[in-house]
Structures are given as structure tokens and as C-alpha cells.
Design a protein around this ligand. Structure first.
Ligand SMILES: [Zn+2]
Length: 212
């Protein structure tokens, strides 16, 4: 039986570039009369790989769950491409996962509907429309003196509306609700993500003393 020596480098650690690796590759290419433009492309590709590895490490340290999951998925794709393996099995497993999620939904409902929470409206002429209701997120922000801000976000869709595309309802305390379509939700995610990054920066600054 073949034993595999344990890899001394944990997978999560940033692998520093082999100091002379890039130059070795470039020299080999030059020695083999590879055109300068191609060598430039290779330099950029190697640099992009290094930037990617560093970004991955930063995400593992500071990222949120979704971003980490995204980079982990990218890692699997990178491994497949590096080993020249087909990406088709990945696509197949994604489709299978998607089918399993969809299979869990009741007929006429979305996979994200909370069972029993959707509301069916019936009009006098017998027409019905369903208001679909997803899970609510409700983070509560508290200070030490009893003040609080409650945020609410929930995915929903109302078949009675002209446009029943699923929309996220977002509001704070008793303020006006925002109805966010995909574009506006993407923009809001970017804003909130920058906000949380800023909070993390403030948290780090709280440990800094005054300059003497
Ligand atoms: Zn529903």
C-alpha cells in the first residue's frame, strides 16, 4: 500500500511563491523561443494566481459565510482546471443539488416558502392568489443601556400584484420598508458589506492606544 507523506503546508495557509519559480518558468520559455507577448501573458497568469491565493486567505480570515463558501467552491473549480479534469461532474452535482432543493417545494410554491406561512387570498369570483412568505432575518442590535435597533429582511412574492417577482422586504424598526429586486438587493448587499467591513475596522481601531 502506498502511503502519502503528510503535507507540511496546511491547505488554508497562503503558499508563498517559490522565490525563483516565476523567473525559472520565464527563462525556460525564453530559452525555447516563446514570443515575448506570450511570456507577458504567462507572467500575468502567475501574478493573477498569486493574487487569487492571497485573496482566498484574506476571505478565510475576514470573510462571511457566503463569501467563504464561494471561494471554497472556486477552489474546487481551480483544482479541476489545474488537473485538467472535466467540469461536467461539478455541473451535474450542482444540478442534482438544485433538483433536490426544488423537489422539497410544495406544488405552486417556491423552494424558499415557509410551509404553512403563505397566505391564499380568494376573491368573490373564486380567483385565488398566494402571497408567498420566506424565512425572516431579524438581527437585534443592542447597546448596554437598553436601546435597540431591529432590522428585518424577508423574501416574499405576492401573486396578486402585477409584478410578482420574488422581492426582499427590508426595514428597520417601524421605518418604511424597501422592496428590493435583484439589482437593488445586490446594491444593498454591497453597501451593507462595506458597512460591516467598516465596523470590523472600527473594532480593530478600538484596541489602538493614543499616541504619546
Ligand atoms: Zn409559497
Amino acid at each position: 500500500m502506498t502511503t502519502v507523506a503528510p503535507d507540511a503546508t496546511p491547505r488554508s495557509a497562503v503558499r508563498s511563491p517559490e522565490p525563483n519559480l516565476t523567473e525559472t518558468i520565464i527563462r525556460l520559455l525564453a530559452d525555447n523561443n516563446i514570443p515575448a507577448e506570450s511570456i507577458h501573458d504567462v507572467r500575468r497568469t502567475l501574478a493573477a494566481g498569486q493574487v487569487y491565493l492571497n485573496a482566498t486567505e484574506q476571505v478565510r480570515v475576514c470573510g462571511d459565510g457566503d463569501t467563504i463558501a464561494f471561494f471554497e467552491a472556486l477552489d474546487v473549480v481551480v483544482d479541476h482546471v489545474a488537473d485538467r479534469r472535466s467540469l461536467k461532474p461539478l455541473r451535474a452535482s450542482f444540478d442534482k443539488l438544485n433538483a433536490e432543493i426544488t423537489a422539497g417545494a410544495e406544488p405552486g410554491h417556491y423552494p424558499w416558502c415557509v410551509p404553512g406561512e403563505c397566505i391564499t387570498q380568494t376573491w368573490d369570483d373564486g380567483e385565488t392568489a398566494i402571497e408567498h412568505v420566506g424565512t425572516a432575518l431579524q438581527p437585534i442590535l443592542l447597546d448596554g443601556a437598553g436601546a435597540k435597533i431591529t432590522l428585518h429582511a424577508q423574501l416574499g412574492s405576492d401573486e396578486a400584484l402585477f409584478d410578482d417577482t420574488p422581492t426582499v422586504y427590508l426595514y428597520a424598526d417601524d421605518g418604511d420598508a424597501l422592496l428590493l429586486n435583484t439589482d437593488r438587493l445586490d446594491a444593498s448587499i454591497r453597501e451593507l458589506s462595506a458597512f460591516v467591513d467598516g465596523l470590523r475596522a472600527m473594532r480593530r481601531q478600538m484596541n489602538q492606544g493614543r499616541r504619546s
